[in-house]
Ligand binder design. Structure first.
Ligand SMILES: *Cc1c(COP(=O)(O)O)cnc(C)c1O
Length: 812
């Protein structure tokens, strides 16, 4: 494609044109900016052409609505997808500039909490790489997820001002702004024949201003769009107030409106019915739906045929108001009758459920919902009214308890899962177990009404990022062995199995992992000052800190191991480095205590010479996509140890597997499918099974205090939380102790402890046989291809959205 000569000429022109500087005199930041600008030129034409092509083809497109898009950095990805990364790297290294320094100049946008936001980005990436028409709608938060700093072992949050230097990848489209309305009253205007039109008055208008980010496909010509909305005030500065000397008052309205896109809520596992969050959700939904319809009409397509051109996807319940909003516009602005509008809405919209955690289920207080969104409230009420009526007449549901369960509005709250199921034609879970639990348990009442709506779409990951880009060493070996086909068809990775007994290949696998570990050790030293041994087992658990993910189980086991080593310093174990990373929601006290505990244990263990550096504990701060990208290729062990039934899918489990880590796991979420793919011998499992957990819940027979009292190892380990053994005041971790002993250990940490300990010993033993370990590693990479989000998207495209690729699927 692009030659190096052209690249160099164009790049140096760019430096002059933006900064009037040559290579020598420009700063790293300027070099970075010029390179981004060049990438935009290379991709801009394709972006434009993609839009034209998609419009002219008349093919259906999907619009993916998500409150979060955890993009990661853009520059490296875009260079790689345009196939100019190697050229650029060669050029910069020749001129004495390290590519890593250049890439470091980019600030990672933190527009997501974790898995849900990363999944949204994986889906956009796959849609574009498969040349499918598919675009994202989200919010351009001025402040992303907080920056985590560790102060004396404890998490402290700093605002993430990622936009201070602007975002070079976005294009502000002010002329395409839309109006979103809040508050006010609804007037009924008779139009004869017992019918009314509705007029919204006295509302407040907020401008939704689009910012477009190009989403490049991998080495094809396709560039889709991620459109993020920023809130701006329609009213300018209040000069009357300003004239009176009331400066704050003069800006009040502007600032109030701007707050809608000011900050991402830093919690994805508990729900908190905050007014601003409801505003954010409606802001996203209303601007997105208006935008879709505007575009549809501009192309002179009939609204009645919306489902033939448009699929709207609702990522978790956060954008579930897409249902009443689409109804509102069709009826109030385009005079559709209810029945017609409803048919269009249900056929257009589809919904993904992401969690079974009761505390994460969204409900809105009726008073707040009605006050902020009076017309949406009316429509929601009518949807519920008609649904309950249909339940009684069409589905013959008479049991009041059942009707109550199914109702959208009850106990003075609007239940968003209910509206998302009633108002869409498809509801999917994100892994087989999760989807089965939805059907058979949590949402069984809905399954009985709409069995055809329920389906599974197991999550996926961008193999281009987590393998091709993150692990160049392994990628290069794989290409040498099986050719390039796996790059576009990752299932081809299974061909690696042909080498599982080849000593030279296994040795090479071990060498690559070791090199990645050396790099990681340097990174650990640089960021934490801790020296770790790259010959030790790198055992990692990186994800949001949450009781259900059970970082506590991991660190309790470390504490046990340390105590055992201390009593017996010559014990023969393979040296191990336990690496943790993850942010805790700022208001989640126990999660923050767990971070403090990990760091406290780290301090003790890492500085105790008597255990001869057999174990080390590291907590890496500020976990994000970049940190994950550094960590995962260096992992020997991937800890996926959630309380069974609590982790809907997990996706980091897939990333580690692809990089050849051995998974240490409960049979939860997608871990089950990982086991099915790689085989029982190549994964280490432990813990309660789903049916056992359900049985314990049902009977209420788990007594953690009794277990604590009867099991000496457990008791001694748990006691060291409050004994001062880890250089803390004795009351420091009393709250954690209490969750385990006093409050019933809701996440079965103690119940699973002994089996976990056994599984960890198995890991230790397996690692003794280097060759076998490398073979297991190879088998994990070989079996990981099915978890590429390309396949997930192909299933969504075929089974839910009915969209197709606009090419023959081939790249350049
Ligand atoms: C993949 C990923 C996650 C999701 O991790 P889980 O272990 O599946 O919860 C969260 N954060 C980041 C930065 C990720 O890359």
């Amino acid at each position: 494609m692009l030659t190096k000569d052209v690249f160099v000429t164009e790049y140096e022109k760019m430096l002059y044109s933006i900064f009037g500087d040559d290579f020598e005199e420009s700063t790293i930041q300027e070099k970075y900016t010029a390179l981004c600008a060049l990438v935009k030129i290379f991709s801009g034409k394709r972006w434009h052409a993609t839009r034209r092509k998609q419009e002219e083809s008349g093919e259906k497109a999907v619009y993916y609505f998500s409150m979060e898009f955890l993009t990661g950095k853009f520059l490296r990805k875009n260079l790689e997808y345009l196939d100019v990364y190697d050229i650029a790297e060669e050029y910069f290294e020749e001129r004495g500039v390290c590519m890593a320094d250049l890439l470091d100049a980019e600030h990672e946008p933190g527009l997501g909490n974790g898995g849900l936001g990363r999944l949204a980005v994986a889906f956009l990436d796959s849609l574009s790489s498969l040349a499918m028409p598919g675009h994202g709608y989200g919010i351009r938060y001025e402040k992303g997820l907080f920056q985590q700093v560790i102060d004396n072992g404890a998490q402290r949050e700093k605002p993430d001002s990622w936009l201070v230097e602007g975002n070079i990848w976005e294009r502000k489209m002010y002329q395409e702004k839309l109006e979103v309305r809040f508050g006010g009253r609804i007037l009924y205007i008779p139009k004869g024949g017992n019918k009314y039109t509705f007029k919204h008055v006295d509302y407040q208008t907020v401008y939704a201003v689009p910012y477009d980010i190009p989403v490049l496909g991998f080495r094809n010509d396709n560039v889709n769009t991620l459109r993020l909305w920023g809130a701006e005030s329609k009213d300018d500065l209040n000069l009357v107030e300003f004239g009176k000397g009331n400066v704050c008052g003069a800006f009040e309205q502007i600032n109030r409106v701007k707050s809608i896109s000011q900050v991402l809520y830093p919690d994805d596992t508990t729900y908190d019915g905050k007014r601003l969050r409801l505003q954010q959700e409606y802001f996203l939904v209303s601007s997105g739906i208006q935008d879709i319809l505007r575009n549809h009409l501009r192309l002179e397509r009939p609204l009645a045929k919306l489902p033939e051109y448009v699929a709207i996807h609702i990522n978790d319940t956060h954008p579930a108001m897409a249902v009443p909003e689409l109804m509102r516009i069709l009826m109030d602005e385009y005079n559709f009758e209810w029945e017609d509008a409803w048919r269009i809405t249900v056929k257009t919209c589809a919904f993904t459920n992401h969690t079974l955690l009761a505390e994460a289920m969204e409900t809105w207080d009726v008073g707040l919902y009605r006050e902020l969104l009076p017309r949406i409230w009316q429509i929601t009420e009518e949807i519920n009214h008609r649904f309950v009526h249909a339940l009684k007449s069409k589905y013959n549901v008479q049991d009041p308890a059942k009707l109550e369960k199914l109702s959208i509005i009850k106990n003075n709250a609007v239940h968003m899962v209910n509206i998302a199921i009633v108002g869409t034609h498809s509801i999917n879970g994100v892994a087989k177990l999760h989807s089965d639990l939805l059907k058979d348990k949590e949402l069984n009442h809905f399954y009985q009404i709409y069995p055809e709506r329920f389906n599974n779409k197991t999550n996926g990951i961008i193999h281009r990022h987590w393998l091709l880009s993150a692990n160049r060493g392994l990628t290069s070996l794989v290409r040498d062995l099986i050719g390039d086909d796996f790059m576009t068809n990752p299932r081809e990775l299974h061909k690696l199995r042909a080498y599982e007994d080849d000593p030279a290949v296994l040795e090479e696998i071990a060498k690559i992992k070791h090199r990645n570990k050396v790099t990681m050790a340097t990174y650990i030293h640089y960021t934490t000052g801790i020296t770790v041994n790259p010959y030790s087992i790198f055992d990692m658990q990186a994800k949001r800190i949450h009781e259900y993910k059970r970082q506590l189980l991991n660190i309790l086991h470390v504490m046990h191991l340390y105590k055992t080593l201390k009593a017996n310093p010559n014990m023969d174990i393979t040296p191990r480095t336990f690496v943790f990373a993850g942010k805790a929601a700022p208001g989640y006290y126990i999660a923050k205590e767990i971070i403090k505990l990990i760091n406290t244990v780290a301090k003790t263990v890492n500085n105790d010479l008597t255990i001869k550096e057999k174990i080390k504990v590291v907590f890496l701060k500020n976990y994000n996509v970049s940190v994950a990208t550094n960590m995962i290729p260096a992992a020997d062990v991937s800890q996926q140890i959630s309380t069974t039934t609590k982790e809907a899918s997990g996706t980091s489990n897939m990333k580690y597997m692809m990089n050849g880590a051995i998974t240490l796991a409960t049979l939860d979420g997608a871990n089950i499918e990982i086991r099915d793919e790689v085989g029982e011998e190549n994964i280490v499992l432990f813990g309660l099974k789903a049916d056992e957990i359900h049985e314990l819940y049902r009977t209420g027979s788990y007594d953690s205090a009794a277990l604590y009292n009867s099991d000496q190892v457990i008791r001694e380990t748990v006691n060291s939380l409050i004994s001062g053994e880890f250089h803390v005041s004795q009351e420091e971790f009393r709250a954690i102790y209490d969750t385990l002993v006093k409050y019933g250990d809701k996440f079965f940490v103690l119940k699973d402890f002994n089996d976990y300990k056994r599984a960890q010993a198995t890991i230790n033993d397996l690692y003794q046989d280097e060759k076998q370990w490398a073979a297991m590693s190879l088998r994990n990479t070989a079996a990981s291809g099915v978890f590429s989000s390309d396949y997930t998207i192909q299933r969504y495209a075929k089974e839910i959205w009915n969209i197709k690729s606009l090419t023959d699927g081939k790249g350049w």
